[in-house]
Ligand binder design. Structure first.
Ligand SMILES: C[S@@+](CC[C@H](N)C(=O)[O-])C[C@H]1O[C@@H](n2cnc3c(N)ncnc32)[C@H](O)[C@@H]1O
Length: 200
């Protein structure tokens, strides 16, 4: 089953229950450095677990654009938008690698645990970087194998829920193409999570 099919079959309720990751989400927000009225992109937004934080930062004059390829996940995100009566959110059900946002550049973009699920993560990273305003920040939060290799035996249990691809070297791929854009990088959780910030 590919990543999108796996998320289509996933219960949004269970997703929200098991992916709170409050500390990591707070760290991502602090790296985004959003201001009121900013325009922000959430790539692979899932059920919209970042939306209330993002909307709280950009306010009613800002704009949130959120993309997800899974109709189940974006359906749950849409329910959150309707419930909160947010008017300045655009939801796109599509493949982030195939989109172009050049007409409307973003102040910032976020990918929270989604790049490692994508078949073609570099196309999405390139699209996002091309869509940022000069000086805009792309905050990437994702998983990687533990720094202590013995712990990696636990990975099938910890990341069994969907489609995490342990063979990907996201950080290495990003460094190769966007090394000179890296404004911040740090690993967390015994090296099994990382945050990388690319500045355009
Ligand atoms: C682990 S979830 C992360 C969800 C969300 N960012 C969060 O904060 O919880 C990964 C998401 O990436 C989405 N995804 C997978 N392939 C995609 C693609 N090609 N384009 C857009 N989204 C995709 C999945 O549908 C899923 O919702």
């Amino acid at each position: 089953m590919n990543s999108v099919a796996a998320y289509d079959a996933y219960s949004p309720l269970l997703y929200d229950l098991f992916h709170k990751k409050i500390l990591l989400r707070r760290r991502a927000m602090s790296q985004l450095s959003l201001k009121k009225a900013d325009s922000v992109l959430d790539v692979g937004c899932g059920t919209g677990l970042m939306f209330s934080r993002l909307m709280g930062s950009i306010g009613t004059r800002g704009k949130l654009t959120a993309v997800d390829a899974s109709s189940t996940m974006i359906g749950a995100a849409r329910e959150k938008v309707v419930l909160e009566k947010w008017k300045n959110v655009v939801l796109i059900n599509g493949d982030s690698a195939a989109l172009s946002f050049k007409g409307e550049p973003f102040d910032a973009a976020l990918s929270f645990l989604s790049l490692s699920c994508l078949d073609d993560h570099m196309s999405t990273i390139t699209t996002v970087m091309d869509s940022l305003k000069p000086g805009g920040r792309f905050v990437i939060v994702d998983g990687k194998p533990f720094s202590i290799s013995l712990l990696n035996a636990l990975m099938p249990l910890l990341r069994s829920s969907a489609s995490w691809d342990a063979t990907k070297d996201l950080m290495g791929d990003i460094r190769k193409k966007y090394g000179s854009n890296i404004a911040y990088e740090k690993t967390y959780s015994l090296g099994s999570d990382f945050i990388m910030v690319l500045k355009k």
